[in-house]
Design a protein around this ligand. Structure first.
Ligand code: ADP
Ligand code: MN
Ligand code: MN
Ligand code: MN
Ligand code: MN
Length: 333
């Protein structure tokens, strides 16, 4: 008979794009067609010339509707066939292709915060909870808030076949993390956008809003980041290329900060396990550095680096593009 395809795309909201989606009913077995939407309602087109085009680029089973239903991630195009200016995936494609022989891998740690009635989940109606300390990887109703949603989300990602690699409760109450990867730039960035959509969609059933706000509570409360773990084939085989990549990152700081999400200056203050956004540093095991080389990587003399700078609200197409461009260009020499 028919199945439901949920077409998902990234909109033109400034300064941070949001996800949108709508449903198409298709005959069983039908290919996923090109579709369209009203760009004047998503900050992607003027009203008098409002058509934008959706081209499916990734699909997976829909773990919420089940059966043969699908989630369909799309790129946005203009009617003349050129990528829409908001289509950052189109900017990543040529870079990913150019450096494919170096086999770049990513693992992205997506932090996020649940909100209910305008307060982080687990915060009292007025005032603040006990200071940070017991919440990170905690257990028990006094320390952990929203686990039911988090477990549902993890199962949904696994059912969809997304390369999710773990979850943990974070330092601030109501704050959590999931990790996507390791995998190539397009694979991991696509999976992260779909995993974000599933998170919002599942939390909706609990009347909870998940937010990627990089600094959801001012003051002595951790921000939310998207630590990005990165390696190439050469880095997975030897230590020297890891240092080469770190040195190259130190040469292109401004370009990276610009691609790492809006409001990065508010999160990368030098406090709360961050390095100041305008001072580049790298070091083994150092959670106060821009780039951390995990201790095991130094012991093994091979592996990967962790760029701790990207904000939770970053676009993974942008983050992976600049990392591949900077590091793979340096390693090519
Ligand atoms: P942390 O100790 O910083 O909290 P996590 O365990 O949360 O680290 O996340 C580490 C991420 O790094 C995971 O997504 C994992 O898949 C990824 N990863 C592991 N090895 C590599 C590698 N060689 N290249 C890129 N990413 C990797
Ligand atoms: Mn309509
Ligand atoms: Mn982590
Ligand atoms: Mn974390
Ligand atoms: Mn980390």
């Amino acid at each position: 008979m028919t199945y439901k395809a949920e077409y998902i795309w990234i909109d033109g909201t400034e300064p941070t794009a949001k996800l949108r989606s709508k449903t198409k009913i298709l005959p069983d077995g039908a290919e996923l067609p090109t579709w369209g939407f009203d760009g004047s309602s998503t900050n992607q087109a003027p009203g008098e010339n409002s058509d934008c085009v959706l081209k499916p680029v990734f699909s997976c089973p829909d773990p919420i509707r089940g059966g043969d239903d699908k989630l369909v991630l799309c790129e946005v195009f203009l009617p003349d066939g050129t990528p829409h200016p908001t289509n950052n995936r189109a900017k990543l494609r040529p870079i990913a292709e150019r450096f494919a022989d170096q086999d770049p891998w990513f693992g992205i740690e997506q932090e996020y915060t649940f909100f209910q009635a305008g307060r982080p989940l687990g915060f009292p109606d007025t005032g603040f909870p006990a200071p940070q300390g017991p919440y990170y990887c905690g257990v028990g109703a006094d320390e952990v808030f929203g686990r039911e949603i988090v477990e549902r989300h993890l199962d949904a990602c696994l059912t969809a076949g997304l390369p999710i690699s773990g979850i943990n409760a974070e330092v601030m109450p109501g704050q959590w993390e999931f990790q996507v990867g390791p995998g190539g730039p397009l694979e991991v960035a696509d999976a992260l956008w779909v995993a974000r959509w599933l998170l919002y969609r599942i939390a909706e059933d609990f009347k909870v809003a998940a937010t990627l706000d990089p600094k959801p509570v001012k003051g002595d409360w951790n921000g939310a980041g998207a630590h990005t773990n990165f390696s190439t084939k050469a880095m997975r085989e030897a230590y020297e290329p890891i240092i080469t990549a770190c040195e190259a990152l130190g040469e292109r700081v401004k370009e990276h900060i610009a691609a790492y999400g809006h409001g990065i200056e508010d999160r990368l203050t030098g406090l709360h396990e961050t390095a100041p956004w305008n001072e580049f540093s790298y070091g083994v095991s150092n959670r106060g550095a821009s780039i951390r080389i995990p201790w095991q990587v130094e012991v093994d003399r091979k592996g990967y680096l962790e760029d701790r700078r990207p904000n939770a609200n970053c676009d993974p197409y942008e983050v992976t593009r600049v990392l591949v461009d900077t590091c793979c260009t340096a390693l090519e020499k």
